[in-house]
Design a protein around this ligand. Structure first.
Ligand SMILES: [Zn+2]
Ligand SMILES: [Zn+2]
Ligand SMILES: [Zn+2]
Ligand SMILES: [Zn+2]
Ligand SMILES: [Zn+2]
Length: 677
C-alpha cells in the first residue's frame, strides 16, 4: 500500500469534491485507489478491496475497472490527507491548482469562475509560493504582544473571520501588503470587486476602520483614457490588472489552516497564549462542540428535544448559517444596501441582548424587511427559530422575529439566505467595543467619530502633498471661521476642493448639515459655501469634493496652543518645515541675549558652562509674555557651508575667521516649538 503523495492532485485546476462515501453518506475509514486509477471524484474502501483480493486474488475498481492483484497495487486516496486537514464536519471541499479549500457556497459565476482562467490560477499558485512570514496572523499577534509586554495585557485576543470588503466568511484569507491589523479579505471577494471596479477606480481603500492602506486594483488610471481600444488590448490590460492585484496581496497560511481545521460555520478565533497559536473559539461539552446560542434555544423547546438529538439540530443550524453568511443578499438588494450606507455615519445605540436567548449578540443579523436598522438578533438564534418553524409548522408562513412581518407564505419553500443579512456597519465597529458591550449590553455606535476618522485616514489632503505644492513654505491662513457657521472657529478643517476660493468648513457643522438632509447627499446635495460656483453646484459626493486639510489642522493645533489669550486675529502665519516638530507659527521676534566671544585660539575649547548668559537661556526666560526654554542650539559655520548640531555644552572653535550664525529652537510650557533665526 502506497501513501498518498501530494502530486496526485496537481492536475486539478478547479473542481468541487465530496469527502463522503456516497452510499453510507459518511467518511471512508481508509479511502483507497488502485495505483492505476486516475480519478479523483470517487474511491473505494481499502478493507473491501483487501477482502476481495484475499478471496478472489483480484479486485477491480468499481469506477474505472483497473485491477489490483495484491495490496501493493493499492494506494491511499487524497481524502486521507483531506481528513487530516479539515474539520470533521466538512463534507465537501474545492481543489484549486492541487490545493484544498473549504467549499464555497457563493455565486459561481461571480466568485468562482476566476479559477478556470489561466492568468488567475497562475497568479493564485504564485501567492502560495511567496508566503510572507510577517503577514501571517500569528506573527502579527506575537509582534503586538511583544510591544505590549510592559502593559501586562490579559485580554483574550479575538479574531473574526469576516471579509472586510463584504462581510462573508473567509475561506481563502489574503491581506493587503502593509496592513497591520488582523482583519483581512476573502480572495474571491477582492477578485469580484476588481472586475466590477477596475475601470472606475484604481485603488481599493482598505475597509478596516483606522487603516489608511490601499490595494491597487488597476495597473493604470482608466478614467484618464478616452480612446476606445480593441478587444485584444483590453484583454492584455486586464491581465496587467490581475497581476497588479496579486502583487499587492499576501496569503495568510496560518489563518487558512485554522479555517480548514475549524467548523465551517465558525467565525470566531482566538490566540491561545499557551500554544502560541490561533484556534477556533468554541465551547466544548464532553468533547463535542456546543454553541451557546443554539443549545439555549434547544433547551427552551421541549418539542424540538423530543424530535431531534442536539448535535443534529446544531448541525442543521450551522449549515444554514454558512449559507446565510456567504449569500449575496446585500449585493442584490440595492435599496437596502443604500439604506445601510446612509446609516453608516449616524450615532445610535444598539440593544445587544438577543431577543430569543438573552445572550449578548455576536453576529448581528436582521431580515431584509426590517425597517429599523438599529435593532438586530444573533444569526444563530434567528436561524434556530427558522428551523424550528420549518420542522414543526411546515405548511405555514414565516414571520421575522424582529419586525414581525411575514417573509414568506410557505416556510417549506423558503431559503433563509434569501431573507437575512449580517449588518455590515455594526459588525465593523462592535468588536473594538466588545468588553463594553458585554458589561452594558448596549453598543454605542458613534457614526460621527467614525466619519471623522475616515476623513483623517483616507479622505484628506496629505501634509506632504500640500507642503510639496507650496511655492513658499510660509503660509498665511486667513480663514479661521467655518464657512457654514460663521460663529464657529475651525478645529477640524474640511476643504471644499472645487470651490474657486477653496473655502473651509468645520467637520462639526458639515456633520450637522448631513444630519439635516438625513445623510442622503446623493439625493439632496449640500450647499456649504455661498460663492457663485458652490451655490450652483451642490455637493452630492464626498469623494473628490471634500477633503480633510491635514496641514491646516496641524497649523491650527499649534495656533490654539499658543494663542489662547489672543484669538481675535483674522489670520495667522505658519511656516512649514519638513517635519511637524520643526514647523512653527510666526509670532515673536527674539533678540537673543547671547553673544559669542570670537577671540579664541585655533583648536581651543570654549567653556559655555561658565557663560552666565548661556546658562540663563537653559533655565528658561520670559519673552513678550511667553515662557521659553532653550533645548537645542544649532550653530552654523558659514565658511564651511556645513551645519553642526551641538548638544554639548562645550563647543570647539577651530577657526577664528569663521562667521557663526545661530539657530535656536525654543520650547514653551506646552512643548510648543518656536524657531528663531
Ligand atoms: Zn479506479
Ligand atoms: Zn488595512
Ligand atoms: Zn424583520
Ligand atoms: Zn454616544
Ligand atoms: Zn465656494
Amino acid at each position: 500500500m502506497q501513501y498518498f503523495n501530494n502530486q496526485a492532485l496537481n492536475s486539478i485546476i478547479f473542481d468541487t469534491f465530496s469527502l463522503l462515501n456516497p452510499v453510507t453518506k459518511e467518511r471512508y475509514r481508509n479511502p483507497a485507489l488502485t495505483k492505476n486509477c486516475l480519478h479523483h471524484k470517487a474511491c473505494f474502501e481499502l478493507e473491501e478491496a483487501l477482502k476481495e483480493i484475499q478471496q478472489q486474488k483480484l479486485y477491480q475498481c468499481p469506477h474505472c475497472n483497473q485491477q489490483a492483484f495484491s495490496k501493493y497495487d493499492l494506494v491511499q486516496d487524497w481524502r486521507v490527507e483531506a481528513y487530516k486537514e479539515f474539520n470533521e464536519e466538512v463534507d465537501e471541499v474545492i481543489i484549486i491548482k492541487g490545493m484544498m479549500f473549504n467549499k464555497c457556497c457563493r455565486n459561481k459565476y461571480k466568485y468562482l469562475n476566476f479559477f478556470t482562467q489561466p492568468e488567475y490560477y497562475k497568479q493564485f499558485e504564485q501567492i502560495f509560493e511567496r508566503v510572507e512570514n510577517d503577514m501571517q496572523i500569528v506573527s502579527l499577534i506575537r509582534r503586538d504582544l511583544q510591544q505590549q509586554q510592559i502593559q501586562n495585557n490579559n485580554n483574550k485576543i479575538i479574531y473574526l473571520c469576516f471579509c472586510l470588503l463584504d462581510k462573508v466568511k473567509i475561506n481563502i484569507p489574503v491581506r493587503i501588503r502593509g496592513c497591520q491589523h488582523y482583519e483581512c479579505y476573502e480572495l474571491t471577494s477582492l477578485l469580484n470587486f476588481q472586475i466590477e471596479n477596475r475601470k472606475k477606480i484604481q485603488y481599493l481603500e482598505c475597509k478596516q476602520p483606522f487603516c489608511s492602506n490601499r490595494l491597487r486594483i488597476a495597473h493604470k488610471n482608466y478614467s484618464i483614457q478616452s480612446v476606445p481600444i480593441s478587444k485584444e488590448l483590453d484583454e492584455q490590460q486586464k491581465i496587467l490588472d490581475i497581476q497588479t492585484l496579486f502583487s499587492g496581496i499576501s496569503v495568510d497560511l496560518d489563518l487558512l489552516n485554522v479555517i480548514k481545521k475549524s467548523n465551517p460555520s465558525s467565525f470566531k478565533f482566538y490566540y491561545n497564549k499557551k500554544t502560541e497559536n490561533i484556534e477556533e473559539d468554541i465551547n466544548k461539552i464532553d468533547g463535542k462542540a456546543v454553541d451557546p446560542f443554539i443549545v439555549k434555544f434547544y433547551l427552551q423547546h421541549p418539542d424540538v428535544q423530543q424530535k431531534m438529538q442536539y448535535q443534529e439540530f446544531q448541525k442543521i443550524i450551522q449549515q444554514q448559517t454558512i449559507l446565510a453568511t456567504q449569500g449575496g443578499l446585500l449585493q442584490e438588494e440595492q435599496d437596502l444596501s443604500k439604506q445601510l450606507t446612509l446609516q453608516r455615519y449616524r450615532n445610535y445605540q444598539v440593544n445587544m441582548i438577543d431577543k430569543l436567548t438573552q445572550l449578548t449578540i455576536e453576529y448581528p443579523v436582521r431580515c431584509k424587511l426590517c425597517r429599523d436598522l438599529e435593532v438586530c438578533m444573533d444569526i444563530r438564534s434567528y436561524i434556530a427559530q427558522f428551523i424550528y418553524f420549518k420542522k414543526f409548522f411546515l405548511a405555514k408562513g414565516f414571520s421575522c422575529p424582529i419586525c414581525n412581518q411575514q417573509l414568506g407564505q410557505q416556510i417549506l419553500r423558503m431559503n433563509i439566505q434569501n431573507y437575512i443579512y449580517l449588518d455590515p456597519n455594526i459588525l465593523s465597529y462592535m468588536y473594538q467595543n466588545m468588553s463594553n458591550i458585554i458589561d452594558t449590553k448596549i453598543f454605542e455606535y458613534h457614526g460621527e467619530q467614525y466619519m471623522l476618522q475616515d476623513f483623517k485616514n483616507r479622505q484628506k489632503i496629505k501634509r506632504e502633498d500640500y507642503v510639496a505644492s507650496l511655492l513658499d513654505r510660509i503660509v498665511v491662513f486667513r480663514q479661521l471661521f467655518c464657512r457654514v457657521n460663521f460663529e464657529l472657529r475651525i478645529r477640524q478643517p474640511l476643504i471644499l476642493y472645487n470651490c474657486p476660493d477653496r473655502k473651509i468648513v468645520d467637520f462639526k457643522s458639515f456633520y450637522q448639515e448631513l444630519k439635516k438632509i438625513n445623510f442622503d447627499l446623493e439625493k439632496q446635495g449640500l450647499i456649504l459655501c455661498r460663492c457663485n460656483y458652490c451655490y450652483r453646484n451642490p455637493i452630492k459626493f464626498i469623494a473628490g469634493q471634500i477633503y480633510f486639510h491635514e496641514a491646516f489642522y496641524e497649523a491650527l493645533n499649534k495656533y490654539y496652543q499658543i494663542q489662547d489669550n489672543n484669538q481675535n486675529e483674522s489670520h495667522f502665519t505658519y511656516t512649514f518645515a519638513d517635519t511637524e516638530r520643526d514647523s512653527y507659527i510666526k509670532t515673536v521676534q527674539l533678540i537673543l541675549p547671547l553673544k559669542i566671544n570670537f577671540q579664541r585660539e585655533n583648536g581651543s575649547f570654549w567653556d559655555m558652562m561658565s557663560d552666565e548668559k548661556y546658562q540663563s537661556l537653559f533655565r528658561g526666560s520670559e519673552i513678550q509674555g511667553y515662557k521659553f526654554k532653550l533645548f537645542a542650539i544649532n550653530f552654523q559655520t558659514l565658511c564651511k557651508s556645513q551645519s553642526y548640531q551641538i548638544n554639548k555644552v562645550y563647543m570647539l572653535i577651530w577657526n577664528k575667521q569663521c562667521r557663526i550664525s545661530i539657530n535656536v529652537l525654543i520650547k514653551n510650557q506646552n512643548n510648543m516649538v518656536l524657531k528663531c533665526v
